[in-house]
Design a protein around this ligand. Sequence first.
Ligand SMILES: Cc1cc2nc3c(=O)[nH]c(=O)nc-3n(C[C@H](O)[C@H](O)[C@H](O)COP(=O)(O)OP(=O)(O)OC[C@H]3O[C@@H](n4cnc5c(N)ncnc54)[C@H](O)[C@@H]3O)c2cc1C
Length: 438
Amino acid sequence: MKKGTYSSWGMYPYYPQIAHDCMWRDELTTKLKGMVEIHGSTLAYGNGRSYGDSCFAHSDNVLSTRCLNKIILADWETGKIICESGITFEEIIDIALPKGWFLPVTPGTKFVTLGGAIANDIHGKNHHHKGTFGCHIKQFCLIRADQKELICSNQKNTSLFQATIGGLGLTGIIKWAEIQLIPVNSSEIESTAIRFDSLEEFFTISKELDTQYEYSATWIDCLAKNNSIGKGIYFAGNHTKKNTLEIKTKKNKTLPFTLPISAVNSLTLRAFNYLYFRKHKTGRKNILMPYDKFFYPLDGVLHWNRIYGKKGFQQYQCIIPEKNAYNGIKTILKLISDHKCGSFLAVLKRCGDIPSPGLLSFPMPGISLALDFPQNNKLVALFSKLDEIVRETQGRLYPAKDAHMTGSDFRLSYPSWEKVEALRDPALNSRFWKRVTD
Ligand SMILES: Cc1cc2nc3c(=O)[nH]c(=O)nc-3n(C[C@H](O)[C@H](O)[C@H](O)COP(=O)(O)OP(=O)(O)OC[C@H]3O[C@@H](n4cnc5c(N)ncnc54)[C@H](O)[C@@H]3O)c2cc1C
């Protein structure tokens, strides 16, 4: 494979990764050992949907698992499936949904692999009801360079189980995993959209309606000022009870090349936010929509990350604990609005209190904010101010989206990092881990 073909979703920082494909799951052990002999260390690479440098090997030689995409065993009576770790959520849904099963937790893209979802302990629109993806993992098989295969679960090799969920790929290569799917009657979602005018209203609406809806997430206008800070549209939904398990396949559009410069700037952003907010009328709007439009609106345009131009972009995702959430998020949004740039998509999400088995899991009970910024030098000053607020409010940043967090902030907000370091396979290391632990 050619050097430079693998990057991360944000295309920043730029460390071209040489990918070494593993074609068969029984080859993983020898492949891993071989790579370590030649390159010193490596890291599993799923589908590169992490934004920053957490999916980059410190040696810049990654072991790609994408070809390991088979369902090994499925019990369609109970919804338990065992899959190879390189299978994507899209591939699982295509097979499971027509049989009446869906993923228990899914992120905002279906192009992540099972291994990547475990390693970042991903969360979705239903975190307040179902916790993280790691809560639904029954067991997995872990391969370490120095040992044979280990089966890890809540009962067996428990420490490694907990360190691997959200463990950023550092404790071993996941060969396969068993997950519990959830039963659904339909491939459609009964969704509701509510337009609101301020951050106060967001807090009231989400507190009240999150109990009634399994899924929720909120778009906000990141440029809004003064009393309008935090204005946006609250989206929520439930799987409908109607019996339509059909998957309608639609051809995705593709952005064929990376734009020379970012198409996201204060002018385009202001225009988009104005039109998008007004497109949604005041009051409440209920509609039935296909699951992929509800969960994965961004997947409709492949390679949409190219609109940010050759320099790429960074996502800033933080979570602020409930007791400090209102003031913390308001201050952060004010700084962003003064900065006059952000992204078309800026998302607030209330996370719940279901604990994850993972040691380095990102969510906590509170409010998460995520938005993208075109890469430029001004971000250093902005992010350092935002980090200060996150620190003061006892929040934290999401490693899966990060390209800038300081080592001291990481170690402060993820105190279990030393337990993961103690269980790290010395043959595995990432650019992110080196950056925040050295
Ligand atoms: C549009 C978009 C929306 C998103 N929305 C959300 C969201 O709502 N919630 C959320 O939590 N995240 C979200 N993400 C982030 C994404 O879910 C995570 O970064 C996910 O981990 C990416 O999976 P991947 O398969 O691409 O893994 P990669 O990015 O390739 O790798 C991620 C990590 O997994 C490790 N890994 C991969 N395979 C294995 C394996 N077999 N064994 C051990 N370790 C492995 C890697 O070493 C690395 O540390 C979003 C990303 C995008 C692009």
